[in-house]
Ligand binder design. Structure first.
Ligand code: AMP
Length: 186
């Protein structure tokens, strides 16, 4: 069972590369951002709560995300593995993921970290045009990434699980490098 975490700042290409990985390796895609946007569309209580944070470029509280992830993970059992996209985003979420996988006698297989500099990230996000892709929110999301999410890089580095991939170039070039890293742990 492959448990792949795709990691990187907002705009680093996690979603794009996830789509390709899902197809090549027959993986279930778990994007916490997509799940939250679905909940917002449905107008659920979770969606209403999440919207308040998403609009400000802040993280939805850990306990909300961790509970939601456990439910989603349960519903994806029929694939060769899972790709976690946009999760974990804090050390607490990373520890919760390890615990959830351990209960199933599994672990994180590899963390693919897409490295892209800030200037390029801002440029890409402004082009994307999602409702949370305005300059003010983007700045806040990049700050949040630096302060709350990037400490996970050390965590996975220490565990010997991280593969740094330069996230600039063509989508296919980047994908080829990611595939190489994934094939090493297969
Ligand atoms: P994304 O689509 O991954 O860029 O996520 C969009 C927004 O959803 C983020 O800016 C957060 O507000 C929220 N979000 C998504 N995933 C998480 C997570 N793992 N922890 C906390 N907030 C999240």
């Amino acid at each position: 069972m492959l448990n792949l975490v795709i990691f990187g700042a907002p705009g680093s290409g996690k979603g794009t590369q996830s789509e390709k990985l899902i197809e090549k390796y027959n993986l279930a895609h778990i994007s916490t951002g997509d799940v939250l946007r679905e909940e917002i569309k449905k107008g659920s209580d979770l969606g209403k709560l999440a919207k308040q944070y998403i609009d400000k470029g802040q993280l939805v509280p850990d306990e909300v995300i961790i509970g939601m992830l456990a439910d989603v993970l349960e519903s994806k059992k029929d694939k060769a593995g899972v790709i976690f996209d946009g999760f974990p985003r804090t050390l607490a979420q990373g520890a919760a993921l390890d615990k959830m996988l351990k209960e199933k006698k599994q672990e994180v297989s590899v963390v693919v970290c897409l490295d892209v500099d800030d200037e390029e990230l801002v440029k890409r996000l402004l082009q994307r045009g999602r409702t949370d892709d305005n300059l003010e929110t983007i700045k806040s999301r990049l700050e949040v990434y630096k302060n709350q999410t990037s400490p996970l890089m050390d965590y996975y580095e220490k565990a010997g699980k991280i593969a740094h991939i330069k996230g600039v170039g063509s989508v296919d070039e980047i994908f080829a490098k990611i595939s190489e890293a994934v094939d090493k742990v297969q």
